[in-house]
Ligand binder design. Structure first.
Ligand code: BES
Ligand code: MG
Ligand code: ZN
Length: 496
């Protein structure tokens, strides 16, 4: 889908459908709404007076307006709630609702009027991110009732703004939105079609298309490096593990940092010998979302070209039971030399991340952010609203949270006091991979901290936020692509 920006008056916008934000209890008695109302013969004042449409978040009112004072043939009013709480998340959602609603009416070219305060460029970016995300459908393997309709273009309209700024914002939104959908597409693939080998191939394609350096470690190389923790997880599977490494290097750096993104890539998590219950196990195909988030973010970064170096590391493996699989009670030796008693083979994410974090450090990372569908406990703590963030560097954590606020994604910090580390003490090895029932998300992070050591590090537990259910007016059910846009924002800020 093409994305454009325009600073023309709305009545001159040449698109089939025009979507306009309307706030709670707003009437068409001034400004843009009034002139729009006049152009369509009073339809807006009529519907707002009737109270059929009061501008509540997610409400819509749709009109045929051919032959009126608009170039567009259709007008969609989108309720956006209180103007005071109309921020990044709501603007993005408005773009998604506009795109999904107008696609369902079989329109091909749409224009969106976000009516946001603040910079036109930022608003244009958010609307396009939302619109492109809104187009994602998880129905790839359907042969019937597949969503066939497609928008050709979305134009964001900010009347009177700097045209170049709106256009640049729309273009940035296209790059970021497509990268998010790329991540979602990978996350949605069944385990059989997204093995570690296939993931590495997809990452390689991205690297080639967008100009990133690429490397992949195979089992032999991992053995040489002593990655016993990652290899332990892979042992139960017939599919060989892969450690994906991507690198973005700017033509001119403004920062000495090498920022590493490390993402959990369990392409299917059955639990291993500590087998999961059958109910909902099919969802464990998305246990590679952390890795997909790394690859998607690298795809965006390669195009946006910030002036800071970024490393992407994704340890990929299946977690399956077999006669070769690791057993509860086994002891693994990680690349750093630390020994790990495996209490539960289903706590495999931290095992693959341990060696990947250590490897990122070996490659010179000065700051590390890892992301993983790591614990079920995070859904109990924060539901599907906030992503948990924990780490050792408060400045880094604060910057990620602030980047999230900027783009409309929520992160909530959980504590990581030294006391929690007691829970992962092992009787027979240095540490164990499970810390008991209490504070499961925190003890998982405490485990990772043993491998990040002194390097500034933050951890995102996306297990609760990476999968959206049910569908909403602005996005389908399924993978959400959470954190990609926050990480892009974070990286661009680090380059300033
Ligand atoms: N991949 C799961 C975590 C998960 C659960 C992600 C639900 C998404 C939705 C992870 O590997 C896991 O199994 N964690 C265990 C850890 C436990 C054994 C300490 C869990 O959370 O139950
Ligand atoms: Mg598991
Ligand atoms: Zn897992």
């Amino acid at each position: 889908m093409d994305a454009f920006g325009s600073s023309k008056p709305v009545n001159e916008i040449d698109a089939e459908g025009l979507a306009v934000a309307v706030f709670k209890d707003e009437r068409a008695n001034g400004g843009l709404l009034k002139s729009l109302d006049q152009a369509v013969g009073g339809l807006i004042s009529e519907v707002t007076k009737s109270e059929e449409f009061v501008g509540k978040e997610g409400e819509t009112a749709y009109f045929h307006v051919s032959g009126n004072g608009l170039k567009a043939r259709r007008l969609l009013l989108i309720g956006c709630g209180d103007r005071a709480s109309y921020k990044s998340a709501q603007i993005t959602q408005m773009g998604g609702t506009a795109a999904r609603f107008l696609r369902s009416k079989n329109l091909k070219t749409i224009a969106v009027v976000p009516r946001a305060d603040g910079e036109a460029k930022a608003a244009a970016q958010m609307v396009v991110v939302g619109a492109i995300m809104g187009m994602f459908e998880p129905d790839k393997y359907r042969t019937k009732d597949k969503e066939q309709r497609q928008l050709k273009s979305v134009t964001v309209v900010v009347d009177g703004a700097d045209k170049k700024a709106v256009q640049r914002g729309a273009e940035r939104g296209r790059i970021i939105g497509e990268s998010i959908n790329f991540t979602r597409d990978l996350a949605n693939e069944p385990g059989a079609y997204m093995t570690p080998t296939i993931m590495a191939d997809r990452a390689k394609q991205v690297a080639k298309e967008f100009g990133l350096s690429f490397d992949v470690l195979d089992q032999k190389q991992m053995e040489k490096l002593g990655m016993g923790s990652l290899l332990g997880v892979a042992r139960g599977s017939d599919e060989p593990p892969k450690l994906i490494v991507m690198k973005y290097k700017p033509s001119k750096s403004t920062s000495k940092d090498l920022l590493a993104l490390v993402g959990k890539g369990i392409t299917f998590d059955s639990g291993g010998i500590s087998l999961k219950p059958g109910e909902n196990m099919e969802l464990m195909k998305y246990d590679m979302t952390g890795a997909a988030t790394v690859i998607g973010t690298m795809q965006a970064i390669a195009q946006l070209k910030p002036s800071v170096s970024v490393l992407g590391v994704a340890p990929c493996s299946e977690n399956l039971p077999s006669g070769k699989a690791i057993k509860p009670g086994d002891v693994l030796r990680a690349m750093t030399g630390k020994t790990i008693e495996v209490i539960n083979t289903d706590a495999e994410g931290r095992l693959v991340l341990a060696d990947a974090i250590a490897y990122a450090k070996k490659l010179g990372a000065t700051k590390i952010i890892d992301m993983a569908t790591l614990t079920g406990a995070v859904s109990i703590a924060l539901g599907d609203v906030n992503t948990a963030i924990l780490g050792t560097d408060q400045e880094l954590i604060d910057e990620v949270i602030a980047s999230g606020v900027e783009v409309g994604e929520k992160f909530w910090q959980l504590p990581l006091d030294a006391e929690y580390t007691k829970q992962i003490k092992s009787d027979i090895a240095d540490i164990k991979n499970v810390g008991g029932k209490k504070a499961g998300t925190i003890t998982a992070a405490a485990f990772l901290k043993e491998f990040a050591e002194e390097t500034p590090w933050a951890h995102l537990d996306i297990a609760g936020t990476a999968w959206g259910d049910p569908a909403t007016p602005y996005r389908s059910k399924g993978p959400t692509g959470v954190a990609v846009r926050t990480l892009v924002e974070f990286i661009e800020r680090s380059a300033k």
